[in-house]
Design a protein around this ligand. Sequence first.
Ligand SMILES: [Zn+2]
Length: 339
Amino acid sequence: MKEKLEKIRSEALAKIEESLDMDKLNEIRVAYLGKKGELTEVLKGMRNVSPEDRPKVGQMVNDTRAAIEAKLEETKNAFAAKMREEQLKAEVIDVTLPAKKTKVGHSHPNSVALDEVERIFIGMGYEVVEGPEVEYDYYNFEALNIPANHPAKDEQDTFYINKDIVLRTQTSPVQVRTMEKQKPPIRVIAPGRVFRADEVDATHSPCFHQIEGLVIDKGITFSDLKGTLAEFAKELFGPETKVKFRPHHFPFTEPSAEVDVTCFKCGGKGCRMCKGSGWIEILGCGMVHPKVLRMSGIDPEEYSGFAFGVGLERIALLKYEIDDMRLMYENDDRFLKQF
Ligand SMILES: [Zn+2]
Protein backbone atom coordinates (compact mmCIF):
# COMPACT_ATOMS: atom_id res chain seq x y z
CA MET A 1 0.00 0.00 0.00
CA LYS A 2 2.78 2.35 0.96
CA GLU A 3 4.66 1.64 -2.24
CA LYS A 4 1.58 2.17 -4.30
CA LEU A 5 1.00 5.56 -2.69
CA GLU A 6 4.60 6.59 -3.24
CA LYS A 7 4.36 5.55 -6.85
CA ILE A 8 1.21 7.62 -7.31
CA ARG A 9 2.86 10.56 -5.60
CA SER A 10 6.05 10.53 -7.67
CA GLU A 11 4.14 9.96 -10.92
CA ALA A 12 1.74 12.80 -10.18
CA LEU A 13 4.51 15.19 -9.19
CA ALA A 14 6.50 14.32 -12.31
CA LYS A 15 3.50 14.90 -14.54
CA ILE A 16 2.83 18.24 -12.89
CA GLU A 17 6.45 19.16 -13.38
CA GLU A 18 6.19 18.37 -17.10
CA SER A 19 2.87 20.14 -17.64
CA LEU A 20 2.89 23.29 -19.73
CA ASP A 21 -0.48 24.91 -19.13
CA MET A 22 -3.51 25.23 -16.89
CA ASP A 23 -5.55 22.73 -18.94
CA LYS A 24 -2.95 20.04 -18.40
CA LEU A 25 -2.91 20.78 -14.66
CA ASN A 26 -6.66 20.30 -14.47
CA GLU A 27 -6.38 16.97 -16.28
CA ILE A 28 -3.81 15.83 -13.72
CA ARG A 29 -6.02 16.99 -10.84
CA VAL A 30 -8.93 14.94 -12.16
CA ALA A 31 -6.76 11.89 -12.91
CA TYR A 32 -5.36 11.68 -9.39
CA LEU A 33 -7.68 13.50 -7.03
CA GLY A 34 -11.02 13.27 -8.87
CA LYS A 35 -13.93 11.02 -7.92
CA LYS A 36 -12.56 8.27 -10.13
CA GLY A 37 -8.94 9.32 -9.63
CA GLU A 38 -6.13 7.03 -8.65
CA LEU A 39 -5.93 8.25 -5.06
CA THR A 40 -9.65 7.71 -4.60
CA GLU A 41 -9.23 4.16 -5.85
CA VAL A 42 -6.59 3.59 -3.18
CA LEU A 43 -8.99 4.86 -0.50
CA LYS A 44 -11.57 2.36 -1.70
CA GLY A 45 -8.95 -0.35 -1.07
CA MET A 46 -8.83 0.65 2.64
CA ARG A 47 -11.36 -2.07 3.27
CA ASN A 48 -8.63 -4.63 2.90
CA VAL A 49 -6.30 -2.89 5.35
CA SER A 50 -6.20 -4.27 8.89
CA PRO A 51 -7.94 -1.98 11.41
CA GLU A 52 -4.78 -1.21 13.35
CA ASP A 53 -2.99 -0.09 10.18
CA ARG A 54 -5.84 2.08 8.94
CA PRO A 55 -4.91 5.31 10.73
CA LYS A 56 -1.38 5.05 9.41
CA VAL A 57 -2.45 4.32 5.86
CA GLY A 58 -5.10 7.05 6.11
CA GLN A 59 -2.40 9.49 7.14
CA MET A 60 -0.27 8.41 4.19
CA VAL A 61 -3.14 8.91 1.75
CA ASN A 62 -3.75 12.38 3.18
CA ASP A 63 -0.06 13.27 2.92
CA THR A 64 0.00 12.13 -0.69
CA ARG A 65 -3.12 14.12 -1.48
CA ALA A 66 -1.68 17.19 0.26
CA ALA A 67 1.63 16.87 -1.59
CA ILE A 68 -0.10 16.62 -4.96
CA GLU A 69 -2.43 19.54 -4.17
CA ALA A 70 0.46 21.69 -3.00
CA LYS A 71 2.42 21.00 -6.18
CA LEU A 72 -0.64 21.71 -8.32
CA GLU A 73 -1.21 25.00 -6.53
CA GLU A 74 2.42 26.04 -6.78
CA THR A 75 2.57 25.25 -10.49
CA LYS A 76 -0.73 27.03 -11.09
CA ASN A 77 0.62 30.15 -9.40
CA ALA A 78 3.78 29.96 -11.44
CA PHE A 79 1.74 29.77 -14.64
CA ALA A 80 -0.38 32.75 -13.58
CA ALA A 81 2.71 34.80 -12.78
CA LYS A 82 4.26 33.91 -16.13
CA MET A 83 1.08 34.86 -18.00
CA ARG A 84 0.91 38.21 -16.22
CA GLU A 85 4.50 38.92 -17.07
CA GLU A 86 3.92 38.10 -20.73
CA GLN A 87 0.85 40.28 -20.78
CA LEU A 88 2.76 43.18 -19.27
CA LYS A 89 5.49 42.77 -21.85
CA ALA A 90 2.95 42.73 -24.68
CA GLU A 91 1.13 45.77 -23.36
CA VAL A 92 4.17 47.84 -22.61
CA ILE A 93 3.58 51.55 -23.21
CA ASP A 94 5.90 53.25 -25.64
CA VAL A 95 6.28 56.68 -24.11
CA THR A 96 8.08 57.93 -27.22
CA LEU A 97 4.94 57.55 -29.41
CA PRO A 98 3.28 60.86 -30.30
CA ALA A 99 0.16 61.51 -28.24
CA LYS A 100 -3.31 61.28 -29.77
CA LYS A 101 -4.36 64.78 -30.76
CA THR A 102 -7.58 66.13 -29.36
CA LYS A 103 -9.63 67.60 -32.19
CA VAL A 104 -10.69 71.14 -31.49
CA GLY A 105 -13.70 72.48 -33.36
CA HIS A 106 -13.30 75.06 -36.07
CA SER A 107 -15.36 77.99 -37.30
CA HIS A 108 -17.40 77.25 -40.41
CA PRO A 109 -16.49 79.44 -43.42
CA ASN A 110 -19.98 80.95 -43.13
CA SER A 111 -19.27 81.94 -39.53
CA VAL A 112 -15.86 83.34 -40.44
CA ALA A 113 -17.45 85.43 -43.22
CA LEU A 114 -20.31 86.56 -40.97
CA ASP A 115 -17.89 87.63 -38.23
CA GLU A 116 -16.04 89.70 -40.83
CA VAL A 117 -19.23 91.34 -42.18
CA GLU A 118 -20.49 92.07 -38.67
CA ARG A 119 -17.13 93.56 -37.72
CA ILE A 120 -17.29 95.92 -40.70
CA PHE A 121 -20.82 97.14 -40.02
CA ILE A 122 -20.45 97.36 -36.26
CA GLY A 123 -17.43 99.55 -37.04
CA MET A 124 -19.80 101.85 -38.97
CA GLY A 125 -22.18 102.07 -36.01
CA TYR A 126 -24.66 99.33 -36.95
CA GLU A 127 -26.46 97.09 -34.51
CA VAL A 128 -26.91 93.35 -35.18
CA VAL A 129 -30.55 92.18 -34.88
CA GLU A 130 -32.36 88.92 -35.55
CA GLY A 131 -35.82 87.80 -36.51
CA PRO A 132 -37.84 84.57 -36.69
CA GLU A 133 -37.13 81.95 -39.37
CA VAL A 134 -40.76 80.82 -39.34
CA GLU A 135 -42.44 84.03 -40.36
CA TYR A 136 -45.87 85.44 -41.10
CA ASP A 137 -46.68 85.81 -44.76
CA TYR A 138 -47.44 89.44 -43.87
CA TYR A 139 -43.85 90.23 -42.79
CA ASN A 140 -42.20 88.12 -45.46
CA PHE A 141 -44.25 89.53 -48.35
CA GLU A 142 -47.10 91.95 -47.81
CA ALA A 143 -45.36 94.48 -45.57
CA LEU A 144 -42.49 94.44 -48.07
CA ASN A 145 -44.80 95.55 -50.86
CA ILE A 146 -45.04 92.06 -52.35
CA PRO A 147 -48.78 91.66 -53.01
CA ALA A 148 -50.65 88.38 -53.24
CA ASN A 149 -50.25 88.02 -57.00
CA HIS A 150 -46.49 88.62 -57.03
CA PRO A 151 -44.38 85.86 -58.64
CA ALA A 152 -42.05 85.81 -55.61
CA LYS A 153 -44.95 84.35 -53.64
CA ASP A 154 -45.19 81.44 -56.02
CA GLU A 155 -45.51 78.23 -54.06
CA GLN A 156 -42.63 76.82 -56.08
CA ASP A 157 -40.29 79.25 -54.35
CA THR A 158 -41.77 79.41 -50.87
CA PHE A 159 -42.19 76.79 -48.17
CA TYR A 160 -45.66 77.38 -46.73
CA ILE A 161 -46.51 76.12 -43.24
CA ASN A 162 -50.08 77.22 -43.85
CA LYS A 163 -51.61 80.08 -45.85
CA ASP A 164 -50.45 82.69 -43.31
CA ILE A 165 -47.11 81.28 -42.19
CA VAL A 166 -44.00 80.58 -44.26
CA LEU A 167 -40.36 79.73 -43.81
CA ARG A 168 -38.94 83.17 -44.54
CA THR A 169 -37.54 83.45 -48.06
CA GLN A 170 -35.38 86.45 -47.18
CA THR A 171 -34.10 88.34 -44.15
CA SER A 172 -36.04 91.46 -45.24
CA PRO A 173 -38.97 90.81 -42.84
CA VAL A 174 -36.55 91.78 -40.06
CA GLN A 175 -36.58 95.29 -41.61
CA VAL A 176 -40.30 95.53 -41.03
CA ARG A 177 -40.11 94.11 -37.50
CA THR A 178 -37.34 96.57 -36.64
CA MET A 179 -39.22 99.57 -38.03
CA GLU A 180 -42.34 98.56 -36.10
CA LYS A 181 -40.42 98.33 -32.83
CA GLN A 182 -37.89 101.11 -33.12
CA LYS A 183 -38.13 104.81 -33.89
CA PRO A 184 -35.58 106.19 -36.38
CA PRO A 185 -32.66 106.63 -36.51
CA ILE A 186 -32.30 102.94 -37.34
CA ARG A 187 -29.03 101.39 -38.40
CA VAL A 188 -29.09 97.57 -38.28
CA ILE A 189 -27.87 94.46 -40.00
CA ALA A 190 -29.88 91.27 -39.68
CA PRO A 191 -28.07 88.04 -40.50
CA GLY A 192 -29.98 84.78 -40.64
CA ARG A 193 -31.11 81.60 -42.31
CA VAL A 194 -33.59 81.74 -45.19
CA PHE A 195 -35.46 79.07 -47.13
CA ARG A 196 -36.49 78.57 -50.73
CA ALA A 197 -37.81 75.55 -52.56
CA ASP A 198 -34.69 75.22 -54.71
CA GLU A 199 -33.00 72.06 -55.91
CA VAL A 200 -29.54 71.52 -54.47
CA ASP A 201 -26.74 72.26 -56.94
CA ALA A 202 -23.38 74.03 -56.98
CA THR A 203 -24.99 77.45 -56.48
CA HIS A 204 -28.37 76.67 -54.88
CA SER A 205 -29.59 75.21 -51.63
CA PRO A 206 -33.08 75.14 -50.10
CA CYS A 207 -31.55 76.70 -46.99
CA PHE A 208 -28.96 79.44 -47.07
CA HIS A 209 -28.07 82.67 -45.28
CA GLN A 210 -28.55 86.35 -45.94
CA ILE A 211 -27.49 89.52 -44.24
CA GLU A 212 -30.00 92.33 -44.43
CA GLY A 213 -29.00 95.93 -43.85
CA LEU A 214 -31.34 98.81 -43.03
CA VAL A 215 -30.75 102.49 -42.37
CA ILE A 216 -33.58 104.93 -41.67
CA ASP A 217 -33.08 108.53 -40.68
CA LYS A 218 -33.85 112.06 -41.78
CA GLY A 219 -32.17 113.01 -45.05
CA ILE A 220 -30.76 109.61 -46.01
CA THR A 221 -30.02 109.57 -49.75
CA PHE A 222 -28.78 107.19 -52.41
CA SER A 223 -25.29 108.63 -52.00
CA ASP A 224 -25.27 107.42 -48.38
CA LEU A 225 -26.11 103.96 -49.69
CA LYS A 226 -23.34 104.14 -52.29
CA GLY A 227 -20.78 105.38 -49.79
CA THR A 228 -21.69 102.70 -47.25
CA LEU A 229 -21.50 99.82 -49.71
CA ALA A 230 -18.31 101.14 -51.32
CA GLU A 231 -16.72 101.19 -47.87
CA PHE A 232 -18.04 97.71 -47.10
CA ALA A 233 -16.59 96.33 -50.36
CA LYS A 234 -13.20 97.89 -49.66
CA GLU A 235 -13.10 96.47 -46.14
CA LEU A 236 -14.15 93.05 -47.33
CA PHE A 237 -12.22 92.63 -50.58
CA GLY A 238 -9.35 95.10 -50.27
CA PRO A 239 -8.78 98.88 -50.55
CA GLU A 240 -8.51 98.85 -54.36
CA THR A 241 -12.04 97.47 -54.77
CA LYS A 242 -14.47 99.59 -56.82
CA VAL A 243 -18.24 99.25 -56.88
CA LYS A 244 -20.72 99.54 -59.71
CA PHE A 245 -24.47 100.07 -59.29
CA ARG A 246 -26.75 98.63 -61.97
CA PRO A 247 -30.45 99.61 -61.99
CA HIS A 248 -32.66 96.74 -60.90
CA HIS A 249 -36.12 96.08 -59.51
CA PHE A 250 -37.11 94.98 -56.01
CA PRO A 251 -40.67 95.46 -54.73
CA PHE A 252 -39.54 96.90 -51.39
CA THR A 253 -37.03 99.47 -52.64
CA GLU A 254 -37.26 102.33 -55.12
CA PRO A 255 -34.94 103.02 -56.84
CA SER A 256 -33.25 99.63 -56.63
CA ALA A 257 -29.84 98.47 -57.78
CA GLU A 258 -27.61 95.48 -57.98
CA VAL A 259 -24.04 96.03 -56.91
CA ASP A 260 -20.94 94.61 -58.56
CA VAL A 261 -17.42 94.85 -57.20
CA THR A 262 -14.21 94.78 -59.17
CA CYS A 263 -12.82 91.26 -59.19
CA PHE A 264 -10.42 91.00 -56.27
CA LYS A 265 -8.59 88.21 -58.04
CA CYS A 266 -7.61 90.07 -61.23
CA GLY A 267 -8.28 93.64 -60.13
CA GLY A 268 -10.81 94.11 -62.94
CA LYS A 269 -8.75 92.86 -65.89
CA GLY A 270 -10.88 89.75 -66.29
CA CYS A 271 -10.15 86.20 -65.17
CA ARG A 272 -11.79 82.84 -64.57
CA MET A 273 -13.16 84.02 -61.22
CA CYS A 274 -15.11 86.93 -62.76
CA LYS A 275 -15.77 85.02 -65.99
CA GLY A 276 -13.65 87.54 -67.86
CA SER A 277 -15.82 90.56 -67.06
CA GLY A 278 -13.65 92.04 -64.29
CA TRP A 279 -16.78 92.46 -62.12
CA ILE A 280 -18.50 90.24 -59.59
CA GLU A 281 -22.10 90.71 -58.46
CA ILE A 282 -22.38 90.73 -54.69
CA LEU A 283 -25.67 92.20 -53.49
CA GLY A 284 -28.98 93.93 -54.10
CA CYS A 285 -29.99 97.24 -52.55
CA GLY A 286 -32.11 100.35 -52.87
CA MET A 287 -33.94 103.18 -51.13
CA VAL A 288 -36.70 101.81 -48.88
CA HIS A 289 -40.02 102.11 -50.75
CA PRO A 290 -42.27 104.82 -49.22
CA LYS A 291 -45.10 102.27 -49.05
CA VAL A 292 -42.93 99.95 -46.92
CA LEU A 293 -42.06 102.84 -44.59
CA ARG A 294 -45.70 103.84 -44.26
CA MET A 295 -46.88 100.25 -43.59
CA SER A 296 -44.35 100.02 -40.76
CA GLY A 297 -45.55 103.28 -39.19
CA ILE A 298 -42.78 105.56 -40.42
CA ASP A 299 -43.69 108.77 -42.25
CA PRO A 300 -41.91 108.79 -45.65
CA GLU A 301 -42.29 112.58 -45.79
CA GLU A 302 -40.10 112.88 -42.71
CA TYR A 303 -37.77 109.92 -43.01
CA SER A 304 -35.98 108.05 -45.76
CA GLY A 305 -33.63 105.14 -45.76
CA PHE A 306 -31.84 102.44 -47.65
CA ALA A 307 -31.71 98.67 -47.43
CA PHE A 308 -29.45 96.00 -48.85
CA GLY A 309 -29.32 92.24 -48.80
CA VAL A 310 -26.26 90.12 -49.32
CA GLY A 311 -25.92 86.34 -49.46
CA LEU A 312 -23.59 85.12 -46.76
CA GLU A 313 -22.62 82.02 -48.73
CA ARG A 314 -21.91 84.22 -51.74
CA ILE A 315 -19.41 86.22 -49.68
CA ALA A 316 -17.82 83.09 -48.22
CA LEU A 317 -17.62 81.34 -51.61
CA LEU A 318 -16.01 84.40 -53.19
CA LYS A 319 -13.67 85.21 -50.36
CA TYR A 320 -12.35 81.67 -49.99
CA GLU A 321 -12.67 80.80 -53.69
CA ILE A 322 -14.93 77.82 -53.07
CA ASP A 323 -16.56 76.70 -56.31
CA ASP A 324 -19.35 74.49 -54.97
CA MET A 325 -21.87 75.64 -52.38
CA ARG A 326 -22.70 72.05 -51.40
CA LEU A 327 -19.30 71.78 -49.70
CA MET A 328 -20.54 74.31 -47.16
CA TYR A 329 -23.20 71.94 -45.79
CA GLU A 330 -21.50 68.54 -45.92
CA ASN A 331 -19.69 68.88 -42.58
CA ASP A 332 -16.59 67.35 -44.10
CA ASP A 333 -13.84 67.99 -41.63
CA ARG A 334 -11.17 67.99 -44.36
CA PHE A 335 -12.97 70.88 -46.06
CA LEU A 336 -13.93 72.86 -42.97
CA LYS A 337 -10.52 72.91 -41.34
CA GLN A 338 -9.07 74.87 -44.25
CA PHE A 339 -10.68 78.11 -43.15
ZN1 LIG B 1 -11.32 88.51 -62.27
